[in-house]
Write a protein that binds this ligand. Structure first.
Ligand SMILES: Cc1cc2nc3c(=O)[nH]c(=O)nc-3n(C[C@H](O)[C@H](O)[C@H](O)COP(=O)(O)OP(=O)(O)OC[C@H]3O[C@@H](n4cnc5c(N)ncnc54)[C@H](O)[C@@H]3O)c2cc1C
Ligand code: SF4
Length: 324
């Protein structure tokens, strides 16, 4: 990995000041825990002349309940989400996903804001400068060919954050603050299916907080992922399931996936299962539905067909585990 380049670091203590600083320099980048950004800077993928350190903004770091549910500041650390009693009790998939990110030191620094705004990943992209240069770079950064799908002009780098799918099964919303004011959107709308430009954030917009609506009565949830190194690794495929049952039948079922597409993806078509018993036929059909909608490409050392099978198996396994 290359040495750290020179850059200017600002450390604002309000969100408004952070946005103002960001807008005043087009090369600048937000820096939260830095566990992804600093790696990308040292690899020459990100070359900011200025970074806006968000860690002094106290009012975007809190986790608090209000009348509508739970509000999690974008600056809250993943380690805190993983042990928060309300999150463990009301939104278990979120606590499990946060606990599964990287290793303990990454979780102690890494924030939920950085996790949701994580860059997409690919075998041909997350490499040192000299490695990428010796391959003539690629479409996502400095090159003009995608080594994964050389015939096209699309990038299939996979969004590989763990926590987004766990929040999406709860229909999370996010608060954004930018130079043109504030807005609140569904978390799912933060993403688009484009590995080169997967975030819909407007120029200089800052993610301020995440809102999780009150969990419905009887809803249970879980998150699990497949990875190469169990102690510290991005998901090869990750799955969050939220299930509500009524008298042995499915009353509500939400499934969201990560690492098998350029965006964290809600599985469509699950409404068809409402009112059905969770028997083997239904479980097999859920697994097949998930496998059909996952579209991993050859962006990791592990083959796409394996990741597709694993993500379907995870969905089935978690649904069985959650069933009463
Ligand atoms: C060895 C290793 C293993 C890892 N394994 C995993 C894993 O298993 N699962 C996983 O999900 N991640 C993993 N990561 C990535 C990373 O550690 C986490 O995703 C972490 O949550 C990123 O948060 P951060 O605060 O460090 O973000 P940063 O690195 O500071 O920022 C990440 C991106 O988000 C942007 N950003 C940060 N905060 C905001 C905000 N409030 N508003 C707008 N943009 C913002 C930054 O500009 C940057 O583009 C791993 C990293 C390493 C080095
Ligand atoms: S999918 Fe293609 S364009 Fe995207 S990072 Fe990988 S090689 Fe580059």
């Amino acid at each position: 990995m290359e040495n750290m380049p020179e850059f200017t670091l600002h450390r604002p203590d309000t969100a408004a000041e952070a946005v103002k600083l960001k807008s005043s320099d087009s090369t600048s980048r937000y820096l939260a825990g830095g566990t992804d950004m600093i790696v990308n800077v040292r690899r020459g993928i990100e070359t900011p002349e200025t970074m806006i350190d968000l860690t002094a903004i106290a009012d975007i770091a809190a986790i608090a309940t209000d009348g509508d549910g739970l509000r999690i500041g974008a600056g809250a650390k993943l380690a805190d989400l993983a042990v928060d009693e309300t999150i463990i009790r009301e939104y278990p998939a979120v606590a499990q996903a946060a606990a599964s990110v990287a290793g303990p030191t990454h979780r102690a620094y890494g924030t939920i804001g950085g996790n949701l705004c994580l860059d997409t990943r690919c075998l041909f992209y997350n490499q040192s400068q000299w490695w990428r240069e010796s391959n003539n770079f690629c479409l996502k950064h400095k090159g003009d060919v995608c080594h994964v799908a050389p015939g096209g002009k699309r990038c299939f780098a996979a969004f590989s954050g763990d926590v987004a799918p766990a929040m999406m099964v709860y229909e999370a919303k996010i608060d954004l603050e930018g130079p043109n004011g504030s807005r609140t959107i569904p978390l799912a709308d933060l993403y688009r299916n484009d590995g080169m430009d997967h975030l819909t954030l407007e120029q200089d917009e800052l993610l301020v907080s995440i809102r999780l609506p009150k969990a419905g009565p009887g809803a249970v949830s879980a998150y699990e992922k497949s990875r190469v190194r169990g102690s510290i690794d991005f998901p090869l495929a990750g799955c969050a399931v939220r299930l509500t049952e009524d008298d042995g039948k499915i009353a509500d079922l939400r499934i969201a996936l990560t690492a098998v597409n350029p965006y964290p993806q809600m599985v469509n078509g699950l409404a068809d299962f409402i009112g059905k018993a969770l028997d083997d036929d239904a479980l097999d059909a859920i697994r097949e539905l998930v496998q059909k909608q996952a579209k991993p490409m050859r962006t990791t050392t592990v083959r796409p067909w394996y990741r597709r099978r694993v993500v379907g198996a995870l969905a089935r396994k978690l649904t069985v585990r959650l069933a009463g």
